[in-house]
Write a protein that binds this ligand. Structure first.
Ligand code: FRU
Length: 494
């Protein structure tokens, strides 16, 4: 039975999405159907296509009582909106259906596991949100909340674990057909931990253990965990709140963390070996992965950051978009991310140049656009004298530009959007230490109207940022201090 709250949301979103023309949105990045979007939820492959749900407040471009928006796609680039899947309409989730995940049951139904939120009055007169884990079962369009919800609550967290910070279940099936789920929780030390639960059927859950404890190392509370095996290692992704920068890592306040290590499936223990940021740009949070039948591990994140939400276009009728789908791999203890190969099918007109040498500002005929895929290789034009700086300016006109610049002597790549048209005094630049030798660097850059994603050295480092520059600012120029030699291939994306 669809509740009145969900019916109203579905009616509202359908009517108001009609008022948003296609050119006002990203073209191949999923954006809020209308109103507000945050985390990806329930990212899954079900009944022959990908499903993406998302944290959603249809009625405003601000965060509000959370619903689950819903879209499907065959290739993760062309999306079709479906009616909202969940609304806050039960006694255990009336203040929000927070993040969660999805899995197909052996009988063909799809199970969604999410966090139900209810505000509770505190002694000081304020409110705190009690968070429990809940289930809804459906057919890919309509979902029925489980009559025994919530399935995990404060009795299922270890001693000292908070009942106010207990959220974002990620579920998967083990080879023997039983289920695991992990969720973020705040232990007594005030930081974060990832709890592991098991279930014989996806409905009845039991607390197992702390899979990984933050111990105040990486930010505080850990949100939106994901955990999987990849290339012989185990990868734990999570989004810590309130991070402290360390060198060039973890600069986003609310940032992302990737821990790579081993998982002993007998004893269910995770041992960490390597740690890194997932994305080194400005806007990336709460990623989730899917494992389609072809065996690729594909990740999508919310291409936004809680600390920079005040950056928005005037009169924008939607807020929030997802990142590009990125295929993951682990090489030498490092997470690599590369745009899924399906993006290459969208490549249209090609313009390329080889061995262009320049030492000041230059423009290249045919190199422009806001929906493009570019591969760039740079090196010193004179091997004896390495240039001091290379920059590319894009989304440019006489008033605006965003830039990506590289200083070979420090090996630092910087993204800077302070002249992108923003009227807000927030962080607009991020620097990243990349691997480069002798002034050589290779990167791929994808623009989709309101964003830029840069994949350095075949995905060894990734930087993502949104830009809300007027869409007619589509020029690109190149700048060098010293002599740079460049190869460039640019495709329009259709
Ligand atoms: C992360 C997050 C999640 C929560 C959701 C609420 O961005 O804070 O922890 O489930 O957003 O919208």
């Amino acid at each position: 039975m669809t509740s009145q709250t969900l019916r109203e949301a579905r009616k509202y979103e359908e009517a108001s999405a009609k008022l948003i023309t296609e050119e006002k949105r990203p073209s191949f990045h999923l954006s809020a159907r209308t109103g507000w979007m945050n985390d990806p939820n329930g990212f899954s492959y079900y009944k022959g296509q990908y499903h993406m749900f998302y944290q959603y407040y249809p009625y405003d471009i601000q965060w509000g009582p959370m619903h689950w928006g819903h879209a499907t796609s065959k290739d993760l680039l062309h999306w079709e909106y479906l009616p909202a899947a969940l609304a806050p309409d039960e006694f255990y989730d009336m203040d929000g259906c927070f993040s969660g995940s999805a899995i197909e049951l052996p009988d063909g139904r799809q199970l969604l596991m999410y966090t139900g939120v209810v505000k509770e009055r505190q002694k000081n007169g304020g409110f705190s949100e009690v968070q429990t884990q809940c289930i809804a079962i459906g057919d890919g369009v309509d979902y029925e909340k489980y009559e025994k919800n919530p399935v995990l609550d404060e009795h299922d967290v270890p001693e000292g674990g908070s009942r106010f910070d207990f959220r974002d279940p990620k579920i998967w099936r083990k080879e023997d057909g039983t289920y695991y789920c992990i969720a973020g929780n705040r232990p007594a030390d005030g930081s974060g931990q990832i709890l592991l639960f098991t279930s014989p059927d996806g409905f009845e859950w039991k607390y197992k253990k702390v899979l990984c404890a933050n111990n105040n190392r990486f930010g505080l509370m850990w949100e939106c965990p994901d955990f999987f095996k990849l290339d012989g290692k185990w990868v734990l992704l999570t989004s810590p709140q309130d991070m402290m920068p360390q060198g060039f890592e973890y600069h986003n306040g609310n940032g992302t963390l990737c821990l790579i290590g081993n998982f002993d499936e007998e004893t269910e223990s995770f041992t960490e070996e390597y740690s890194q940021s997932i994305d080194y740009g400005i806007d990336f949070y709460a990623p989730q992965t899917v494992l389609p039948p072809d065996g690729r591990r594909i990740m999508i994140g919310w291409m936004q950051n809680w600390d920079t939400c005040s950056l928005r276009a005037v009169d924008q009728p939607w807020y929030g978009q997802m990142s590009l789908p990125r295929e993951l791999s682990v090489k030498n203890g490092r997470l690599y991310q590369y745009p899924i190969k399906e993006l290459e099918d969208m490549r249209g007109k090609k313009v390329s140049y080889e061995n262009v040498s320049f030492s000041d500002t230059t423009r290249l005929e045919g190199i422009k656009g806001r929906k493009i895929d570019m591969e760039i290789e740079i090196c010193p034009a004179d091997a004896e004298e390495i240039y001091t700086k290379f920059a590319i300016r894009f989304a440019q006109n006489e008033n605006y530009y965003t830039s990506l610049s590289f200083r070979p002597h420090e090996s630092i790549l910087k993204i800077d959007r302070k002249f992108s048209g923003s009227r807000r005094a927030i962080i607009h630049q991020r620097r990243n230490l990349v691997n480069s030798k002798d002034g050589k660097l290779k990167f791929r850059m994808i623009l989709d109207r309101f964003s830029v994603e840069v994949f350095v050295n075949n995905g060894e480092n990734v930087m993502s940022a949104v830009i809300y520059t007027d869409i007619d600012a589509d020029d690109i120029s190149f700048i060098a201090d010293g002599k740079v030699c460049m190869n460039i291939i640019k495709y329009d994306l259709n």
